[in-house]
Design a protein around this ligand. Structure first.
Ligand code: KIV
Ligand code: NA
Length: 275
C-alpha cells in the first residue's frame, strides 16, 4: 500500500514532472480526485462554492475543519492541504500556530496554506519550525479583496514585479514547501518559478509553473461564473440539470418508482424483497 504523499514529497518535485492539484471539499469527489492528483486543497473557496458567500472573508475555522475531515476520510494517497481562513492566522505567529495546530489535530491533514508574502514570512518560519508544513499563496490573495477593491490580476505592470518576486523569495526562505501563484501575468509567474527553490503551483498563472491547481467545481463546469483562467474540462452542471429534469418528469408521470424500485410482501406467492 502506497503511503500518503507528504509535504517534502511535493517540495521534491521542483523542476520535475508537473504537480497536479485540485480543490476538494467533500468525501466522494476527494476519492475520485485522489486517483489523479498529488495534493488536494481544502480551499476556503468552499465558502463561495459550497455555502454561497460572496467572498472567502466570512469562512469560519470550524467549516474548514469539517470539510478537511471529509476530504481526509475520502482520500488515501494525495497530500491534503487545508486553507487557514481569514482572521485565524494574520495577527501573530502564536495565534497562527494555535489555529493551524487545531486544524492539523482535528483533520489529520498534512499541511496548511495561508495567504501573504513578506508579511507572513515570520509566521511561516514559526509554524514550520514547530512541525506544521506551510504552503504559501501570493499574487492575488482573495482574503484581501476588501483592500484590493476586487479580484484583480497581479503583475500587469513590470513595475509591480519586484515586490511580488520578493514575496516569493521570502516565503521560500521562511520554509514554505510550495507556493501558489494566483492570477498573475505569465512572464512574472515564469520568472518567479525560475528564481525560487520551491515548487510554484499556478492558478491563472503560467504552464511554466511547477504545478497547476483549479477549483474542482469550476473545471467540472458546475460553477455558474468562472474567471478567464478556468478551462471547463466537464459539463457537470448540465448533466445534473438533465438528470433532475428526468427525475421530475418521471415522478410527475408516476413512472418512477418502477416495479424494480419497490418492496413487496414476503410470501410464497410474491417475489423476494430487493433488500
Ligand atoms: O481556496 C482556494 O480554492 C484556493 C485555490 C484557488 C488556490 O486557495
Ligand atoms: Na484559498
Amino acid at each position: 500500500k502506497r503511503r500518503r504523499l507528504m509535504a517534502p514529497d511535493i517540495a521534491a518535485r521542483k523542476g520535475g514532472e508537473p504537480i497536479v492539484a485540485l480543490t476538494a471539499y467533500h468525501a466522494h469527489t476527494a476519492a475520485i480526485a485522489d486517483n489523479h492528483c498529488d495534493f488536494l486543497l481544502v480551499g476556503d473557496s468552499l465558502g463561495m462554492v459550497m455555502h454561497g458567500y460572496e467572498t472567502t472573508v466570512p469562512v469560519p475555522l470550524e467549516l474548514m475543519i469539517m470539510h478537511g475531515q471529509a476530504v481526509v476520510r475520502g482520500s488515501k494517497k494525495a497530500l491534503v492541504v487545508v486553507d487557514m481562513p481569514f482572521g485565524t492566522y494574520e495577527e501573530s505567529p502564536s495565534v497562527a500556530f494555535r489555529n493551524a495546530a487545531k486544524v492539523m489535530k482535528e483533520t489529520d491533514c498534512g499541511a496548511v496554506k495561508l495567504e501573504g508574502g513578506r508579511r507572513m514570512a515570520e509566521t511561516i518560519r514559526f509554524l514550520v519550525d514547530r512541525g506544521i508544513p506551510v504552503m504559501a499563496h501570493i499574487g492575488l490573495t482573495p482574503q484581501s479583496v476588501n483592500v484590493l477593491g476586487g479580484f484583480k490580476t497581479q503583475g500587469r505592470s513590470v513595475d509591480d514585479w519586484q515586490a511580488i518576486e520578493d514575496d516569493a523569495r521570502l516565503v521560500a526562505e521562511a520554509g514554505a514547501f510550495a507556493v501558489v501563484l494566483e492570477a498573475m501575468t505569465a512572464p512574472l509567474a515564469e520568472r518567479i518559478t525560475d528564481a525560487i527553490p520551491i515548487p510554484t503551483v499556478g492558478i491563472g498563472a503560467s504552464p511554466g509553473c511547477d504545478g497547476q491547481i483549479l477549483v474542482m467545481e469550476d473545471m467540472l463546469g458546475l460553477s455558474p461564473n468562472v474567471p478567464k483562467f478556468v478551462k471547463k474540462f466537464g459539463a457537470i452542471g448540465a448533466a445534473i440539470d438533465r438528470a433532475i429534469a428526468s427525475y421530475a418528469e418521471e415522478v410527475r408521470a408516476r413512472t418512477f418508482p418502477a416495479p424494480e424500485h419497490v418492496y413487496n410482501l414476503k410470501s410464497p406467492e410474491t417475489e423476494a424483497p430487493v433488500d
